[in-house]
Design a protein around this ligand. Structure first.
Ligand SMILES: C[S@@+](CC[C@H](N)C(=O)[O-])C[C@H]1O[C@@H](n2cnc3c(N)ncnc32)[C@H](O)[C@@H]1O
Length: 402
């Protein structure tokens, strides 16, 4: 194994000397990473990356390429509200067959990344290439890694599909393969506060995007009258109190990068945690008709710092007498995943009446899991934005109520 001291180009033309007791991987040569993000959140993700100090930010299908040093990489993983995961490319190569994939993968010195007693998993995507099946590509990459460990150590790492120590990502597009380390260690939407789930919860990254698009700055109260498990309220709390999105996550994949800097990571985490601030009672609150989901929301929100400051109650929103001068966020049942046979037209019509009659001076941001439901509310939206929730082609609509 070669051992050399390299000069690694860093940001803004600066160079920092780094001891490299291993081969240089692709991300080390060019400081380039790929942030996976839902396409409709790309702009938010780019602004977030730029705010963290990333450079050469360029959008692509399903994500954003960017250049950064390790500090920006760690901080973005720890605080990003919209990015799904960040990949650090190890090697990339022209690839027309799974045999070649197997051989190239065996050129990696895998102990630079993890040990035989770590577990690992592989996520693959294949498009427009001679290799057609991502499952088979995954299996061949898995074989290469396992065989490499067996040949060098007579010991192999275990596969763990749910909660591995290390996620390896394989992307093959136009016959070019990229093998990357997932520096996030699984999707960043898993903040760690969802101890209890309910039917049709909203994805955390989507809820964060809604809070951002609502441009809520804490000068008015925010209220979710159909709060379910409290995802929108949790993301409002995290945003307002500056709680890093990864506050409850125990581990990150970047800890397995060969040039991981433990002290740097600790200082980034400490600095971000010091930014956390309090919130006054009543600024963030919500309710739901189901006592079971309100209980779930309470369990989830209480896992976060200041969670006890969020007001929660069991209530049919139609019984709320007034919700004036408030930012209202909510995600009513869409019927796509639940309550199919209920009369959704009636439900949305009544919600529209409620907004018109009892929410004067408020602005409502309603997330429709099914865009066909937007006209049923009987109010003219100021704007509509496409935003997916999992596989659902939903829309966020803004309504100003006078
Ligand atoms: C799609 S879910 C909301 C999911 C939520 N955003 C989350 O992340 O868990 C819709 C919620 O509306 C609630 N709901 C339906 N009708 C209601 C009503 N009349 N008053 C209050 N809540 C209601 C349901 O109990 C359900 O929890």
């Amino acid at each position: 194994m070669p051992c050399f001291c390299g000069m690694v180009p860093s940001l803004a033309g600066r160079f920092k000397p780094v001891m490299l007791p291993y081969e240089m991987y692709e991300y080390q040569r060019n400081n380039r990473f790929f942030a996976q993000i839902q396409n409709d959140m790309g702009k938010l993700g780019m602004e977030e990356l730029s705010g963290q100090g990333a450079e050469d930010i360029s959008p692509a299908y399903g994500g954003i390429y960017f250049s950064s040093d390790q500090a920006v990489l760690y901080r973005t993983n720890y605080t990003s509200r919209y990015i799904t995961r960040i990949l650090a490319p190890l090697i990339s190569f022209k690839c027309h067959s799974t045999r070649y994939l197997y051989n190239k993968a065996k050129e990696i010195n895998w102990t630079d990344i993890f040990a035989a007693d770590n577990s690992f998993a592989i996520f693959s995507t294949v498009s427009n290439s001679r290799i057609k099946h991502s499952l088979y590509a995954t299996l061949r990459l898995k074989d290469a890694i396992v065989d490499w460990f067996n040949e060098h150590f007579k010991k192999r790492p275990d596969i763990e599909r749910i909660d591995p120590d290390v996620w390896i990502n394989l992307h093959i597009e136009n016959n070019r393969a990229v093998i990357s380390l997932d520096t996030s260690l699984g999707s960043l939407h898993r903040r760690g506060y969802r101890a209890r789930t309910v039917k049709a919860p909203m994805q955390e990254t989507l809820a964060a995007a809604i809070i951002s698009l609502a441009a809520w700055d804490g000068s008015k109260p925010i209220y979710d009258p159909m709060c379910g498990s409290g995802t929108l309220l949790s993301e409002a709390l995290m945003f307002y109190c500056r709680i890093p999105s990864g506050f409850l996550r125990q581990r990150f994949g970047f800890e397995f990068l060969p040039d991981f800097e433990y002290d740097l990571w600790n200082s980034i985490k400490r600095d971000a945690d010091q930014e956390i601030r309090g919130v006054t009672k009543g600024l963030i609150s919500g309710s739901d008709i189901s006592s079971e989901v309100v209980e779930a929301a309470r369990t989830n929100i209480n896992k976060l710092p200041n969670g006890e400051k969020i007001g929660l109650r069991v209530m049919d929103y139609k019984k709320i007498q007034q919700l004036e001068d408030t930012i209202i966020v909510c995600n009513p049942p869409s019927g796509v995943r639940l309550e199919r046979d209920k009369d959704l037209s009636k439900l949305y019509g009544e919600l529209g009446d409620f907004l018109k009659q009892r929410c004067k001076g408020s602005t409502a941001y309603i997330y429709f899991g099914d865009r066909e439901l937007i006209p049923k509310i009987g109010l003219k939206p100021s704007w509509k934005r496409p935003l997916k929730n999992g596989g659902l082609d939903g829309r966020l609509a803004k309504f100003e109520i006078y």
